[in-house]
Design a protein around this ligand. Sequence first.
Ligand code: ZN
Length: 89
Amino acid sequence: MNAELVLAIIAVAAVWIGCLYLAPFGRCPKCQGTGHIRRGKGRVKVCPRCKGRRRVQRLGSRTVHRAAFKIRDGQRAPAKYQEDSDGDT
Ligand SMILES: [Zn+2]
Protein backbone atom coordinates (compact mmCIF):
# COMPACT_ATOMS: atom_id res chain seq x y z
CA MET A 1 0.00 0.00 0.00
CA ASN A 2 1.47 3.39 -0.96
CA ALA A 3 1.34 6.61 1.02
CA GLU A 4 -0.89 8.45 -1.45
CA LEU A 5 -3.60 5.82 -1.16
CA VAL A 6 -3.46 5.95 2.64
CA LEU A 7 -3.73 9.76 2.58
CA ALA A 8 -6.68 9.54 0.18
CA ILE A 9 -8.47 7.08 2.48
CA ILE A 10 -7.83 9.33 5.49
CA ALA A 11 -9.12 12.39 3.57
CA VAL A 12 -12.29 10.57 2.49
CA ALA A 13 -12.86 9.32 6.04
CA ALA A 14 -12.38 12.84 7.45
CA VAL A 15 -14.89 14.33 4.99
CA TRP A 16 -17.34 11.50 5.69
CA ILE A 17 -17.07 11.98 9.45
CA GLY A 18 -17.51 15.75 9.00
CA CYS A 19 -20.67 15.16 6.97
CA LEU A 20 -21.99 12.75 9.60
CA TYR A 21 -21.33 15.32 12.32
CA LEU A 22 -23.00 18.20 10.47
CA ALA A 23 -25.86 16.16 9.01
CA PRO A 24 -26.59 13.16 11.26
CA PHE A 25 -29.93 12.56 9.61
CA GLY A 26 -30.40 11.56 6.00
CA ARG A 27 -33.30 10.94 3.69
CA CYS A 28 -35.00 7.65 4.36
CA PRO A 29 -33.86 5.16 1.70
CA LYS A 30 -36.94 2.98 2.08
CA CYS A 31 -39.55 5.60 1.14
CA GLN A 32 -37.19 8.01 -0.69
CA GLY A 33 -38.05 10.74 1.82
CA THR A 34 -41.82 10.68 1.27
CA GLY A 35 -42.71 9.16 4.67
CA HIS A 36 -44.95 6.49 3.20
CA ILE A 37 -44.74 3.63 0.73
CA ARG A 38 -47.17 2.60 -1.96
CA ARG A 39 -48.69 -0.84 -1.83
CA GLY A 40 -50.53 -1.90 -4.92
CA LYS A 41 -53.37 0.20 -6.34
CA GLY A 42 -53.32 3.54 -4.56
CA ARG A 43 -52.83 1.96 -1.13
CA VAL A 44 -50.43 4.01 0.95
CA LYS A 45 -48.75 2.74 4.10
CA VAL A 46 -46.69 4.69 6.61
CA CYS A 47 -43.03 3.86 6.10
CA PRO A 48 -41.95 1.25 8.69
CA ARG A 49 -38.34 2.41 8.67
CA CYS A 50 -38.72 6.13 9.41
CA LYS A 51 -42.32 5.86 10.74
CA GLY A 52 -43.43 8.76 8.56
CA ARG A 53 -40.66 11.12 9.72
CA ARG A 54 -39.03 10.97 6.27
CA ARG A 55 -35.56 11.00 7.79
CA VAL A 56 -33.40 8.35 9.40
CA GLN A 57 -30.29 8.61 11.53
CA ARG A 58 -27.28 7.80 9.40
CA LEU A 59 -25.08 4.87 10.32
CA GLY A 60 -22.16 6.01 12.48
CA SER A 61 -23.51 9.49 13.27
CA ARG A 62 -24.16 8.50 16.87
CA THR A 63 -20.58 7.26 17.24
CA VAL A 64 -19.21 10.48 15.71
CA HIS A 65 -21.23 12.66 18.10
CA ARG A 66 -20.26 10.54 21.08
CA ALA A 67 -16.58 10.85 20.13
CA ALA A 68 -16.92 14.63 19.64
CA PHE A 69 -18.59 14.94 23.05
CA LYS A 70 -15.80 12.92 24.65
CA ILE A 71 -13.14 15.18 23.07
CA ARG A 72 -14.91 18.34 24.29
CA ASP A 73 -15.37 16.84 27.76
CA GLY A 74 -11.70 15.88 27.88
CA GLN A 75 -10.67 19.46 27.07
CA ARG A 76 -12.89 20.87 29.79
CA ALA A 77 -11.86 18.43 32.53
CA PRO A 78 -8.26 19.69 33.15
CA ALA A 79 -9.44 23.31 33.47
CA LYS A 80 -12.03 22.31 36.06
CA TYR A 81 -9.44 20.27 37.95
CA GLN A 82 -7.10 23.28 38.07
CA GLU A 83 -9.89 25.52 39.37
CA ASP A 84 -10.69 23.02 42.10
CA SER A 85 -7.08 22.72 43.27
CA ASP A 86 -6.74 26.53 43.38
CA GLY A 87 -9.83 26.77 45.54
CA ASP A 88 -8.48 24.31 48.11
CA THR A 89 -5.17 26.10 48.69
ZN1 ZN B 1 -39.14 6.10 5.28
